[in-house]
Ligand binder design. Structure first.
Ligand code: SAH
Ligand code: SF4
Length: 408
C-alpha cells in the first residue's frame, strides 16, 4: 500500500522553508493581504502615498500580490525603490507558517497552518485541504479557528478555542496553496505538466473549520478578493459557501456575497436535526428551506447543494430518503451524500455502503443528482469534519461541558 507523506517544516530559523516560498518571520507590520481594493488605497494613503497616485499604486500592488504571488516588496520591480522601502517598513505580505504538509496516497494535501499572533499574542492553528480530481481541483478552506457550533458528528465542533479568521487569513490559505502547488500564472506557463484547465485549484469550498456565516464580513471581503478578475480570478460560481443553516445570514449572503451555497441538512425531521445540528432549534428545517427557496439567482445551472452525512441508524432510512425528496421539492438542488468520517471518540458510525446506495437511488430517481462523496485523504485525516489540530482534543466530559455552555 502506498504511504502518505508528511513534511514537517523546520521553522526554527526565520525565513527557512523546504520550498523557499514560506516566510516565517513574525513581524509586527500590518498585513496587506486581505485588504479590499478600497482598504488598500486607504492604507497606502495613511503611510504617505500621495492621493493622486493611490489608485495606480493600489492596482500595481494588487497585481503583484494576487497575480504574481510575490511575498516581498523587493520583487515589485515597477515600484520605485524608495517606496518599496517604505512599504517594507510598514507592511507585510507574510503567509501563515506551515507547521506540516501531508500528502495522502490519493494525492490529497493537507496543510496545518500556524497563524500570526492575535492581540493576546496567541498563535492558533488551522487546516486547509487540496483535493485533486480528474476534472477539477478543490481547495477546502477554513473560516474560523474551531467553531462555536457543536454539531454532534463533527470533530471541529469539539475544539476548545474559537476565533474568527481575518479576511487576510482566509485569503492567505489560497495564496499558500498556490505557492505550494506552483500555481501562479508565470509558474504554470513554464510548467509542461500543468493541468489542461490551466489551474490546479479550479474550485474553492468554505467547508473547512468554522461556520462561515458567523464570520460574515471577513468571509465577504475574502470572497471579494478571491473573485477579483485582476487577481486570483476565481469565479463566484466556483466558490461554494457551506453553512449549517444560519437563516438570516443566508438571506444576506445571497444579496451581498453571491457565491454558490451548500446547506448542511443532514436530517429530514426537526427532531433528528435538533440532535445532529443543534442550531436547528433556532432555525428549524422549514425556515431553512424557505431561505433556500428565496436565495437569489437559482436555476438548474445554479443549484444549491444539500449535504447529508450518512449516519448508521440515525438518518439513513428509506423513509428519510423519501422525506428528503419531498422537502427539496421546488428547489433547484443537488444532494451530496457524505459517508460519515469517524474520529476518535465519536458516537456515530457510518451507514452501510448498501444503505447509502439505496438512499442515493431514491434521491436520484426523484431527479436530484446525488453523488456519494468518496472519502478522500482519509489516511491523513483530511476528510470533511475531521479538520482540527490534534493538540486541541477535548476529553468526553470537557466536550459535554462545552456543548452545554454553548447551548446556553
Ligand atoms: N460549518 C459549515 C462548513 C464546515 S463543515 C457547515 O457545517 O456547513 C463542512 C461539511 O462537513 C458540513 O456539511 C459538515 O456537516 C460536514 N461534516 C462535519 N463532520 C463530518 C464528519 N465527521 N463526517 C462527514 N461529514 C462531516
Ligand atoms: Fe461547525 Fe460545521 Fe462542524 Fe457544525 S459541522 S460544528 S457548523 S464546522
Amino acid at each position: 500500500m502506498a504511504m502518505s507523506a508528511t513534511i514537517r517544516i523546520d521553522n526554527s530559523k526565520s525565513g527557512i522553508s523546504d520550498g523557499g516560498s514560506v516566510n516565517v518571520s513574525c513581524g509586527q507590520q500590518r498585513s496587506l493581504i486581505g485588504l479590499t481594493r478600497d482598504d488598500l488605497k486607504t492604507a497606502l494613503g495613511e503611510v504617505g502615498v500621495p492621493a493622486r497616485q493611490l489608485r495606480m499604486r493600489a492596482n500595481q500592488l494588487w497585481r503583484w500580490v494576487y497575480n504574481r504571488g510575490v511575498t516581498s516588496f523587493d520583487e515589485m520591480t515597477d515600484v520605485a525603490k524608495e517606496l518599496r522601502g517604505l512599504l517594507d517598513e510598514q507592511f507585510s505580505l507574510e503567509r501563515p507558517e506551515i507547521v506540516s504538509e501531508q500528502i495522502s496516497n490519493d494525492g490529497t494535501r493537507k496543510w496545518l497552518l500556524r497563524l500570526a499572533p492575535d492581540d493576546l499574542g496567541r498563535r492558533q492553528d488551522i487546516e486547509t485541504v487540496f483535493i485533486p480530481e480528474a476534472d477539477r481541483g478543490t481547495l477546502c478552506i477554513s473560516s474560523q479557528v474551531g467553531c462555536t457550533l457543536t454539531c454532534t458528528f463533527c470533530h471541529t465542533g469539539t475544539q476548545r478555542l474559537v476565533r474568527n479568521l481575518t479576511g487576510g487569513e482566509i485569503v492567505s490559505q489560497i495564496l499558500l496553496a498556490r505557492d505550494r502547488l506552483g500555481e501562479w500564472p508565470h509558474q504554470l506557463a513554464a510548467n509542461q505538466q500543468a493541468p489542461a484547465s490551466g489551474r490546479y485549484i479550479t474550485n474553492v469550498v468554505l467547508m473547512g473549520m468554522g461556520e462561515p456565516l458567523y464570520n460574515f464580513d471577513n468571509v465577504k471581503d475574502a470572497i471579494e478578493i478571491a473573485s477579483d478578475g485582476e487577481g486570483l480570478s476565481l469565479s463566484k460560481r466556483r466558490i461554494t459557501l457551506s453553512t449549517s443553516g444560519v437563516v438570516p445570514e443566508i438571506v444576506r449572503a445571497g444579496n451581498e456575497i453571491g457565491t454558490m451555497l451548500a446547506i448542511s441538512l443532514h436530517a429530514t425531521t426537526d427532531e433528528v436535526r435538533n440532535k445532529l445540528v443543534p442550531l436547528n432549534k433556532k432555525y428549524p428545517i422549514a425556515q431553512l428551506l424557505q431561505a433556500c427557496r428565496d436565495y437569489p439567482g437559482l436555476s438548474n445551472a445554479r443549484r444549491i447543494t444539500f449535504e447529508y452525512v450518512m449516519l448508521k441508524g440515525v438518518n439513513n432510512s428509506i423513509a428519510d430518503a423519501k422525506r428528503l425528496v419531498q422537502l427539496l421539492k421546488g428547489i433547484p438542488a443537488k444532494v451530496n451524500l457524505i459517508p460519515f468520517n469517524p474520529w476518535p471518540g465519536a458516537s456515530f458510525e457510518c451507514a452501510e455502503w448498501e444503505t447509502i446506495e439505496k438512499f442515493a437511488e431514491i434521491v436520484n430517481r426523484a431527479g436530484y443528482s446525488s453523488p456519494v462523496r468518496t472519502p478522500r485523504g482519509r489516511d491523513i485525516m483530511a476528510a470533511c469534519g475531521q479538520l482540527k489540530s490534534a493538540s486541541q482534543r477535548l476529553t468526553a466530559s470537557e466536550r459535554r461541558e462545552l456543548v452545554e455552555a454553548r447551548a446556553s
